[in-house]
Design a protein around this ligand. Structure first.
Ligand SMILES: Cc1cc2nc3c(=O)[nH]c(=O)nc-3n(C[C@H](O)[C@H](O)[C@H](O)COP(=O)(O)OP(=O)(O)OC[C@H]3O[C@@H](n4cnc5c(N)ncnc54)[C@H](O)[C@@H]3O)c2cc1C
Length: 286
């Protein structure tokens, strides 16, 4: 029988923008032609050696330079465990600040992805510190976490741009909503708060019902379509994303690339039972 990774690999092509940077650049070019904005994510997480964390930091900086050279969006998404959070917070801060400095110098932007709850507190702290030094950095909040409404209030006071997501990590009920209805309810409440904050935020979801509720709210409150953006993951709800662009909404696609795609793919599979069925069918075929 094949390994799980070998079975998932063909399926991963749908969700990953390329295994190498040149492949990812091609994907970004195509998306740009279609009217999308993009953010590039160099896949990787949980680096346990300083050397690997420094290599990842260098790769992010290289990404920014290549994006600038290619005339593409100078916008990247970074995971803090990839640049040292499992090793040392100060070391991570130095790496993050270095990346943000390069982004700021070219008028670019760094979004700090939010990982599982063991990292929430440190990630928020580092984001606030990095933002105090340089405003070219933003944060992610997950509506599945009970604490998120309060975190939103705190980050709004600091005027930090937020990407709002539902949350992709398995969390204990003591800190996270287990019922999808509660996750969605908090998403909508926080979304409305963000949209009326006067800060440029990102509404990151493929949930058509929530997106439509956001659009209706924006219309009712006479909020400019340019004052925020929708975000979606590469390979999910493509037609719907294109439709939004055609209707004049700002849409950014999150494009992951690299060889370390396995944990990212597992999160994408878990989100939808049809994806899991696909893998199971292939196990029995293989
Ligand atoms: C741009 C972006 C950045 C993100 N960054 C983070 C982050 O930093 N931290 C974090 O925890 N999470 C992140 N996420 C993931 C997020 O938390 C959710 O896990 C993911 O977006 C699925 O939730 P949903 O909002 O689309 O709603 P859901 O209710 O899960 O899905 C709504 C609809 O979207 C489609 N859909 C959703 N997921 C899939 C899938 N995997 N395959 C096929 N169709 C699908 C289906 O049609 C589904 O009915 C990010 C998501 C986006 C869009």
């Amino acid at each position: 029988m094949q390994s799980v990774s070998a079975i998932i690999k063909p399926f991963s092509k749908r969700f990953i923008g390329g295994e190498t940077l040149p492949e990812a650049i091609e994907t970004l070019r195509r998306l740009k032609k279609e009217g999308f904005m993009t953010t590039l994510d160099f896949l990787g997480e949980s680096n346990l050696s300083r050397v690997d964390a420094q290599k990842a930091t260098a790769e992010y900086i290289e990404n920014l330079n290549v994006l600038k050279k290619e005339g593409l969006d100078r916008n990247i998404s970074v995971k803090l465990t990839q640049i040292g959070l499992d090793i040392d917070e100060n070391f991570t801060k130095e790496n993050l600040i270095e990346i943000v400095k390069v982004a700021a110098a070219m008028n670019g932007f760094v979004r700090i992805d939010m990982e599982g709850s063991p990292y929430t507190e440190q990630t928020l702290r580092l984001a606030v510190e990095a933002h105090k030094k340089n405003r070219s950095v933003g944060m992610v909040l997950q509506s599945m976490l009970r604490r998120t409404s309060e975190d939103a209030v705190h980050l709004l006071k600091e005027a930090i741009p937020i990407r709002l997501v539902k949350g992709a990590y398995k969390e204990p009920p003591s800190i996270a909503f287990t019922d999808k209805k509660d996750v969605d309810r908090q998403y909508v409440t926080v979304m409305k708060r963000l949209l009326t904050s006067g800060i440029y935020h990102a509404i990151a979801t493929h949930d058509e019902k929530i997106i439509k509720e956001g659009m209706a709210f924006v219309k009712k409150e006479k909020i400019s379509k340019d004052s925020f953006e929708f975000q979606m993951l590469f390979g999910i709800r493509n037609k719907f994303a294109k439709q939004l662009v055609q209707e004049g909404w700002r849409v950014r696609i999150y494009v992951p690339y690299g060889e370390f795609w396995f944990p990212y793919m597992v999160r994408r599979l878990r989100e939808r039972k049809e994806n899991i069925w696909f893998v199971i069918k292939n196990i029995f075929r293989g």
